[in-house]
Design a binder for this molecule. Structure first.
Ligand code: 13P
Length: 340
C-alpha cells in the first residue's frame, strides 16, 4: 500500500477552501431529482446534466473532488473527453460511488445494511484504471422512536464500511467512509448525537481492526441535527457545538478531513452549519463538505432541462461552491445569500 500517495490525495480533496461535489446519484435517485423538474431521465439527459456541472467555470477553486456514479465515470463531454479526464485536467480529483445501495437487514425489521462487497476488489481495480482516485460507500442508519438502530445493525454496517475501506486502500484508492444517520423522523438533537456517537465509535473500531490507515481516508458523516419532524429544531450554533463535540470524541485526529453530507438540509442551512463549525476552529481535521442536494438543488431549479438555462445553472453551482468555500474558513454569513 502506498500510504504517502493516499495521504496526498486525501489532503488534496480537502485543501483549504475546497470540498467535494457529490454527483454520484444512482439512476433511481437521479430519476427522482429529474422528476422534480419534469425532465426525463434518459442517458443523454443524465450525461448533459453532469457535463453542465463539471464544465462550470471557477468551481475548481472550491471543488477538490467529484464523486461519480458508474455510468458517469464512463461518459464523456460532447467533444468526447471522458469525464474523469476532464475533471483531472481542471485539477479536480475524480471519485466513484462503489456501494450497491442499502437493503433490508435480514431478521432485523426496519434496519438496513449496504450491499456491494462481492467482487468489489475487481471493480475497484477497473475504476482505478478508468481514472478514479477515491471511492465512496454509504451506510444508512435510521432512528425510530424505540429501539432502532440496534447495536447489531450498527455493527453490521460498520463492518461493511471497514471491509470496503480496506479494499480501497489495498488497490490505492482513498476511501470516503460514509455512515449516514438519517435526519428523517421526529427524534431530537440529543438522540441524534447519541446514535451518531455509537455509530462513529463502531466504525472506527472496525476500521482499526481491518488495518485501515486513518491518514489515508476521509470521513463523510451526518451533522448532529434534530429529525425533520422534531418540533424543536436546534439553532445553527447548537448543531455546530453538538457536531464538533461528538466528532472530537470519536474521530481520530489522524483522519485528514471530515466532509459532511447535507442529508436533506436546505442549501443555505448546510452552508451555515459548515460555517459555524469552522468559525470556532481550528479543528483537528479539515472540516469540509461533500454535498449532493445542498449543491445541486439550486442548479436543477435553474436548469429545468433547458439548454438555454445551462449558463444560469452553472452560475447557481458556482455560487454554492463559493459560499461553501467561504464557510470552509468560517467567513460566510447568511446576508451573502442574495448578494452573490
Ligand atoms: P446529500 O448531500 O444530498 O445528502 O448527498 C450526499 C451523498 O453523497 C449521499 O450519499
Amino acid at each position: 500500500m502506498n500510504i504517502a500517495e493516499l495521504k496526498l490525495v486525501a489532503s488534496a480533496i480537502v485543501a483549504k477552501q475546497k470540498g467535494v461535489l457529490a454527483a454520484d446519484e444512482s439512476n433511481p435517485t437521479i430519476r427522482k431529482r429529474f422528476d422534480s423538474i419534469q425532465v426525463e431521465s434518459t442517458e443523454e439527459n443524465r450525461r448533459r446534466y453532469r457535463e453542465i456541472l463539471f464544465t462550470a467555470d471557477g468551481i475548481e477553486r472550491h471543488i477538490g473532488g467529484v464523486i461519480l456514479f458508474d455510468e458517469t465515470l464512463r461518459q464523456s463531454t460532447r467533444d468526447g473527453i471522458p469525464f474523469p479526464q476532464l475533471l483531472s485536467s481542471r485539477g479536480i480529483i475524480p471519485g466513484i460511488k462503489v456501494d450497491r445501495g442499502a437493503k433490508a437487514l435480514a431478521l432485523y425489521p426496519g434496519e438496513m445494511v449496504t450491499e456491494g462487497l462481492d467482487g468489489l476488489r475487481e471493480r475497484l481495480a477497473e475504476y482505478k484504471q478508468l481514472g478514479a482516485r477515491f471511492a465512496k460507500w454509504r451506510a444508512v442508519v435510521e432512528i425510530d422512536e424505540r429501539d432502532i438502530p440496534s447495536a447489531f445493525g450498527i455493527r453490521a454496517n460498520a463492518h461493511a464500511l471497514a471491509r470496503y475501506a480496506a479494499l480501497c486502500q489495498e488497490v490505492g484508492l482513498v476511501p470516503i467512509v460514509e455512515p449516514e444517520v438519517l435526519m428523517d423522523g421526529a427524534h431530537d438533537i440529543d438522540r441524534c448525537e447519541a446514535v451518531t456517537a455509537q455509530v462513529l465509535e463502531a466504525v472506527f473500531a472496525e476500521l482499526d481492526a481491518h488495518c485501515v490507515v486513518f491518514e489515508g481516508m476521509l470521513l463523510k458523516p451526518n451533522m448532529v441535527i434534530a429529525g425533520k419532524k422534531c418540533e424543536r429544531q436546534a439553532s445553527v450554533q447548537e448543531v455546530a457545538v453538538a457536531t464538533i463535540r461528538c466528532l472530537k470524541r470519536y474521530v481520530p485526529t489522524a483522519v485528514p478531513g471530515i466532509v459532511f453530507l447535507s442529508g436533506g438540509q436546505s442549501a443555505k442551512d448546510a452552508t451555515d452549519h459548515l460555517n459555524a463549525m469552522n468559525a470556532v476552529g481550528p479543528q483537528p481535521w479539515e472540516v469540509s463538505f461533500s454535498y449532493g442536494r445542498a449543491l445541486q438543488a439550486p442548479v436543477l431549479a435553474a436548469w429545468q432541462g433547458q439548454e438555454r438555462n445551462a449558463a444560469a445553472a452553472q452560475n447557481a453551482l458556482l455560487t454554492r461552491c463559493q459560499l461553501n468555500g467561504l464557510a470552509r474558513g468560517g467567513k460566510y454569513s447568511r446576508s451573502m445569500e442574495s448578494a452573490t
